[in-house]
Design a protein around this ligand. Structure first.
Ligand code: NAI
Ligand code: MG
Length: 369
């Protein structure tokens, strides 16, 4: 059995509490299912800053680059609000994304049947929802030059951000979307604003060309991103995979996320380019939520986002599809059984803490095997 190398970066706040549930799950996968995971643990964020004055050490960066996948908890908290900008907790995550060249951010929006009633939309609109937003993560307006505030000298200032996309960036992100669609319902909807943005014209053109050249078996549609936002809340089940740029993806993935309930439920993956020799992609998996300082240390954090991020890791980094499906099913069934952490608690349900939720999911996983 080949070893599967994981770097765990639990981080700050509830990060370590949530990660501990995944660590126990990994132990079970190794002992009972011979999964061959080899884990190392590093420091990131405020805890790394406290230890050595950097938000991630060079040594841990090396481990991240050498690992098959990185599992990341969360970083930040009021304790580090006044540390210098370059070493603030978030800088560790940004450095990982940059050095690992994680250009594809995958944000699923899955509505567990047991939670459909607590969505802000009607249950029938969200029940059974399973969509995947593929957001470009390393280009676009967050990174383009020039990016500055100029003093115009007449009492006015000008703030400038620049949206830039090159062909290769659009090709590679749409390639990821088309490939993922093939493992799902084989549908991609590309969202941009070609009506008012040159980068949108290019986006649409390159997505269409990539489709024609390599993925014509996948159904492709195009939608203006603002209309896409409307459709996401009107009838989200019309979508399978949505591919979009960094800025629109930031907003649309947050919109889609809220269709399905609490922050504590939302996983994500960030993928890099395939290695030329092995074909393996660098990858980092993390919950969407932050370090939740308001509840840290109380044992009440919802570990599902972290556990579901690990399910994505099984699926996308190790091709362990059966195991990923089983883990997602275990989560759904534990919710069907009425178990709820505080953030998703509703009347008549059974409130449990972080560890009890972890226990229940692990027990269910075993039972389903
Ligand atoms: P947050 O996601 O940490 O918390 C927002 C609210 O959701 C809080 O009330 C929190 O208790 C609740 N919540 C979040 N995750 C939960 C879970 N698993 N179970 C139960 N409740 C949960 O966002 P906030 O409060 O804006 O930021 C807190 C800190 O986290 C800040 O320092 C921020 O910079 C950092 N942050 C880090 C991120 C990361 O590491 N990727 C992402 C977002 C924020
Ligand atoms: Mg956001």
């Amino acid at each position: 059995m080949a070893t599967r190398k994981l770097l765990l970066l639990p981080g700050d706040g509830i990060g370590p509490e949530a990660m501990a549930q995944v660590t126990r799950l990994i132990d079970v996968l190794n002992s009972d299912f011979n999964a061959g995971f080899e884990t190392q643990t590093g420091l990131v964020g405020g805890s790394a800053y406290d230890a050595h004055g950097q938000s991630i050490s060079e040594e841990d960066m090396k481990l991240a680059l050498a690992a098959d996948a990185v599992l990341f908890g969360a970083v930040g908290g009021p304790k580090w609000d006044s540390v210098p900008y370059e070493v603030r907790p978030e800088a560790g995550l940004l450095r990982l994304r940059k050095d690992m060249e994680l250009f594809a951010n995958l944000r699923p929006a899955i509505c567990y049947p047991a939670l459909a009633a607590s969505s802000s939309l009607k249950p029938e609109v969200v029940e059974g929802l399973d969509i995947l937003i593929v957001r470009e993560l390393t280009g676009g307006v967050y990174f383009g030059d020039p990016k500055e505030i100029i003093d115009l000298g007449n009492g006015q200032k000008r703030g400038i951000d620049t949206q830039v996309y090159d062909t290769f960036e659009i090709e590679r992100i749409s390639g990821v979307a088309f490939e993922l669609a093939r493992t799902r319902q084989n549908k991609v909807c590309s969202m941009e604003k070609h009506n008012v943005m040159k980068s949108g014209v290019l986006w649409k053109e390159v997505v269409s060309a990539t489709h024609k050249a390599k993925y014509s078996d996948v159904e492709l549609t195009h939608m203006l991103a603002d209309a896409g936002g409307m459709q996401l809340v009107r009838w989200p089940k019309q979508f399978d995979v949505i591919v979009t740029d960094n800025l629109f993806g930031d907003m649309l993935s947050d919109v889609a996320a809220m269709l399905t309930g609490s922050l504590g439920m939302l996983p994500s993956a960030s993928l890099g380019a395939p290695d030329g020799v092995t074909g393996k992609r660098k990858a980092l998996y993390e919950p969407v939520h932050g370090s939740a300082p308001d509840i840290a240390g109380q044992g009440v954090a919802n570990p599902i986002a972290m556990i579901a991020s690990f399910a994505m890791c099984l699926r996308y980094s190790f091709n362990m599809i059966e195991e990923a499906d089983r883990l997602e099913k275990a989560i759904a069934e534990v919710l069907n059984d009425g178990l709820r952490t505080k953030d998703i608690m509703s009347e008549g349900m059974n409130e449990v803490g972080t560890e009890a939720m972890g226990d229940a999911i692990i027990a269910k996983y075993r039972a389903l095997a």
